[in-house]
Design a protein around this ligand. Structure first.
Ligand SMILES: Nc1ncnc2c1ncn2[C@@H]1O[C@H](COP(=O)(O)OP(=O)(O)OP(=O)(O)O)[C@@H](O)[C@H]1O
Length: 231
């Protein structure tokens, strides 16, 4: 594996909501992340961490600056190309899981690729991934609402890797979990990283953040590298 390949390059990102008098939420954010690196982003509530993730994901166009992922300039693409790029290269994990409540666990896992791949093949792959994240077969046909928080997040992790993404964007992935489940999710993310996947993880939890190879703090619109985390 080549550890030096550039995965993400964010240059001078600017974003504000509303009219010109409001502050820039992102005020010249720069970030460079290599392949197979876990990069944590911390910062006070409301400073724009989710906004930054959305800009990185191609879901929220910045006012200025650029996002390059795998040597593709995300905002130079057409919307359709960007959406295809996102589907094939990016996995997502959210604090509130975002599982579809009317679909079974298995159906949730295959959902990102439902229109791209053969359903039978996807089902087999989903079963393998659910095994990988420790979800027993007895839960495969259950609806998400009947699962515990830790189980839901493990299903969400299986869903995030169904397309073998190059990069996973996590927004507070352990925010709704107790310590035991948090540690299990950290372990899974570390294993996914070991397979060569890049992880960008927004978190309030410094114990999660410090699992990263690098930690950045977003404050007053700027991202700065943390030299050391004091727990
Ligand atoms: N669509 C929007 N329209 C207007 N303001 C918004 C919008 N989305 C977010 N904001 C504001 O932008 C700021 C940054 O929000 P964001 O969700 O990115 O912060 P955050 O750092 O992720 O917060 P938290 O840690 O609490 O989740 C907040 O003040 C928020 O109210």
């Amino acid at each position: 594996m080549n550890w030096g390949i550039e995965m993400l390059y964010v240059h001078n990102l600017m974003k504000k909501y509303g009219n010109n008098e409001t502050l820039n939420i992102l005020d010249g954010v720069n970030l460079e992340v290599k392949e197979a690196v876990w990069c944590s982003i911390v910062g006070p509530s409301g400073t724009g961490k989710s906004t930054l993730l959305k800009c990185i994901a191609g879901l929220l166009k910045p006012d200025d600056g650029s996002v390059r992922m795998l040597n593709h300039d995300i905002y130079s693409m057409t919307e359709e190309a960007r959406s295809n790029f996102r589907r094939t290269n990016i996995g997502f994990i959210f604090q509130d899981f975002k599982l579809l409540s009317h679909y079974s666990v298995l159906e949730n896992v295959i959902m990102p690729l439902l229109y791209d791949k053969d359903r039978k093949w996807l089902m087999e792959k989903a079963k393998d991934l659910l095994k990988l994240v420790g979800i027993p077969e007895s839960l495969h046909n259950r609806l998400p609402d009947s699962l515990s928080g830790g189980e839901k997040q493990r299903v969400a992790i299986a869903r995030s890797i169904i397309g073998d993404p190059e990069i996973i964007l996590c927004d507070e992935p352990t925010g709704n979990l107790d310590t035991k489940n948090r540690d299990r999710i950290i372990e899974l993310l570390l294993n996914i990283q070991k397979r060569g996947t890049t992880i960008i993880c927004v978190t309030h939890d410094l114990e999660v953040a410090e699992k990263g190879d690098c930690v950045y703090r977003l404050n007053e619109g700027l991202l700065t590298k943390e030299e050391m985390i004091h727990l």
